[in-house]
Design a protein around this ligand. Structure first.
Ligand code: UDP
Ligand code: MG
Length: 330
């Protein structure tokens, strides 16, 4: 089995404070590994600066299982960045991204592998059902994917998260993309090649709680939209045109009243409304502009995307591909 012409599958699992679920995750993944044929597997866990016992547990599994590799971040860098580090370090002929909370069933990877062998470069999991998630999360998620696909410059499939398989060519392309705004699912769509969907049922989070509270979800949604579209800027132009159009109507109305009737347009209220409307439109536009400028600023600072504290369980003889400026303890 361990011959080098057997293809290698890298499974990348980002983990942030997943102590409650990590044991089940490792066991489920190992059970999956036992059932795949003609493929070797490496499990790359990216510990995104967990404060709990996640990393210690992973290491204790890793001491008895050479397939387990751990990338330990120096602090919490966020889900998308953790996934990026995993892709950077993965050596597989195919790379799978999967969440640590078992919401994405590992067994679905069988289907992904089949499609990959048929020649697809990307097989993305599309969620048909999201049991156990709050109505609020389901509605906002639905809305987000639809707004995004309306605004985005590249077509991004609906209801598709990061659970996916990609071929080495796609992983290499992602590795060559330096941008800081990592909206992985959008970036993978942008790359192209042959892509296909694989519908699956999203399960409930097995244990622990979501690491995406409302605030982070909003941030993530804005990142996704702003890094894949400049349409918000056009929206602010449209808002400005609309305001200008309304003011022309107002002027015409006032002139008409003054010239052809005895009434003067009086106007504290009208004035106030106009000022508030204009002020609001301007602030929104400046805010949108500011979001893009903030991103340009972050981009030109050229900070490294992540800092690795340690690489654990990797082959000592081989260098690990990484964007981290420090090599990380081995
Ligand atoms: N995650 C991470 N860093 C973070 C937040 C989350 O690595 O800052 C991981 C988390 O451990 C999980 C995955 O990203 O494996 C998805 O997170 P979660 O399940 O909390 O999100 P949800 O499914 O609720 O959207
Ligand atoms: Mg989850």
């Amino acid at each position: 089995m361990d011959t080098s012409d057997t293809p290698l599958l890298s499974i990348v699992i980002p983990c942030f404070n997943e102590e409650d679920v990590i044991t089940s995750t490792v066991n489920r993944l190992r059970a999956f590994c036992a059932t795949v044929k003609d493929v070797r597997v490496e499990l790359i866990f990216v510990d995104d600066g967990s404060q709990d016992g996640t990393r210690a547990r992973l290491k204790s599994f890793g001491t008895e299982d050479p397939r387990i590799r751990i990338i330990g971040f120096a602090r919490n860098f966020g889900h998308q960045v953790a996934v990026t580090a995993g892709i950077d370090a993965a050596r597989g002929d195919a790379v799978v991204l999967i969440d640590a909370d078992l919401q994405d069933p590992p067994e679905v990877i069988h289907g992904m592998l089949t499609l990959w062998r048929e020649g697809y470069d990307v097989v993305y999991g599309t969620r048909t059902d999201r049991p156990g998630e709050s109505l609020f999360k389901r509605v906002t998620a639905r809305l987000f994917y639809r707004v995004l696909s309306r605004l985005s410059d590249v077509p991004i499939p609906l209801d598709t998260g990061d659970f996916r398989l990609m071929d080495r060519r796609v992983a290499d392309t992602l590795r060559a993309m330096p941008e800081r705004d990592r909206f992985i699912r959008g970036m993978v769509s942008w790359v192209g090649f042959r892509q296909t969907a694989l519908p699956y049922q999203r399960a409930e989070r097995l244990a622990g709680e979501s690491k995406y509270p409302l605030r982070r979800m909003l941030r993530f949604a804005t990142d996704g939209i702003l890094s894949f579209s400049t349409k918000p800027l056009q929206i602010s132009i449209a808002l400005g045109m609309f305001a200008a159009f309304l003011s022309v109507l107002g002027v015409l109305y006032a002139l008409y009243m003054r010239l052809f009737t005895h009434i003067w347009v009086e106007g504290w209220t009208a004035l106030m409304i106009a000022i508030l409307f204009l002020g609001g439109t301007q602030l929104i536009s400046v805010g949108i502009l500011g979001e893009y400028i903030g991103r340009i600023y972050a981009e030109i600072k050229q900070r490294p995307l992540y800092i690795v504290q340690e690489y654990w369980g990797f082959d000592d003889a081989e260098p690990v591909l990484s964007r981290s400026p420090v090599p990380g303890r081995r």
